[in-house]
Design a protein around this ligand. Structure first.
Ligand SMILES: [Zn+2]
Length: 282
């Protein structure tokens, strides 16, 4: 059974989840030559009656190629898997624009449905080095009880703009903890993601798809063996943003010991590199 454990002095929390150690492919491995049968392919094709009944997901099952199922190895009481599509090897960067929009609409719907239960955090872990235990493209939704204080960053001030469209700005904040991290902030401030409008989703989808392409190109340029490993998450509270973090580095002892991030890339320089790359990506 999962349990939240507080640190008395700092009011930070840790979540101890021994049950998740037994989930499929949960051990750390970068050996991609071994490809076991994919549990999400199976879940995508055959959602069980219990899953259907427990979560009343009929509406979501009909939204394009996206499927939502309860996580068999939940982190908290509410933990959903949002399966991006039927195939193992095709993800956001290769989806048609409408499928990315559908994905973002599913995020909105699940946020709306779950928001009464606590803090709704929607995130995507791609690649083993970014914490992804299953290769099949999927995102996750976890609800953290309201009484648990989050350590999430508030919206950082706009600086080092990479691109913008009608409803969003892409930028590399001065407070960038990771090389090449990018933030997508809506121009309409004060909202939560559950209230994002359809026209905003169009703009967000087009930027997200292009930014992921840019990160993949950048990881090729940097000749990273762990290319294609990244996280993104949607800030769960007011003044929401989407933060995209490539894993071009690992945290070392200094960072683990002090909580001070070391970023060897100046966000101002990075934003210019990314801006030039983005111009080439449709
Ligand atoms: Zn699969």
């Amino acid at each position: 059974m999962a349990r939240f454990v507080p640190d008395v002095a700092t009011h930070r929390w840790v979540l101890i989840t021994p049950g998740r150690a037994s989930r499929p492919h949960a051990s750390i491995s970068v050996d991609e030559t071994e490809k076991p049968s994919c549990v999400l392919c199976l879940a995508y094709q055959n959602p069980t009656p219990e899953q259907m009944e427990k979560y009343s997901l009929q509406e979501i099952y009909s939204l394009g190629n996206i499927r939502v199922i309860p996580n068999k190895f939940p982190i908290t009481d509410t933990h959903e898997l949002i399966i991006h599509g039927p195939q193992d090897s095709i993800d956001i960067e290769d989806f048609p624009q409408t499928q990315v929009e559908d994905l973002l609409k599913v995020y909105r719907n699940r946020f709306q449905v779950r928001r009464e239960r606590g803090h709704v955090i929607i995130f995507n872990n791609r690649g083993f080095l970014a914490g992804g235990s299953l290769q099949h493209p999927h995102s996750q939704l976890v609800v953290i009880p309201s009484q648990i204080n989050l350590e999430a960053l508030q919206l950082e001030p706009i600086a080092n703009v990479v691109d913008e469209n009608q409803f969003f700005t892409v930028y590399c904040p001065e407070f960038s903890q990771w090389p090449y991290e990018m933030w997508l902030a809506p121009k309409k401030k004060g909202g939560v993601y559950a209230d994002v409008a359809d026209e905003e989703i169009k703009d967000l989808a087009s930027l997200l798809k292009r930014l992921i392409k840019v990160l993949l190109i950048k990881s090729e340029e940097l000749r990273k063996p762990d290319k294609g490993n990244y996280n993104f998450y949607i800030f769960p509270q007011k003044d929401w943003y989407l933060r995209l973090i490539p894993h071009f580095k690992h945290r070392g002892g200094l960072e683990l010991g002090t909580g001070v991030s070391v970023n060897e890339k100046d966000p101002a320089v990075v934003s210019e590199e990314l801006r030039l790359l983005l111009e080439k990506v449709k």
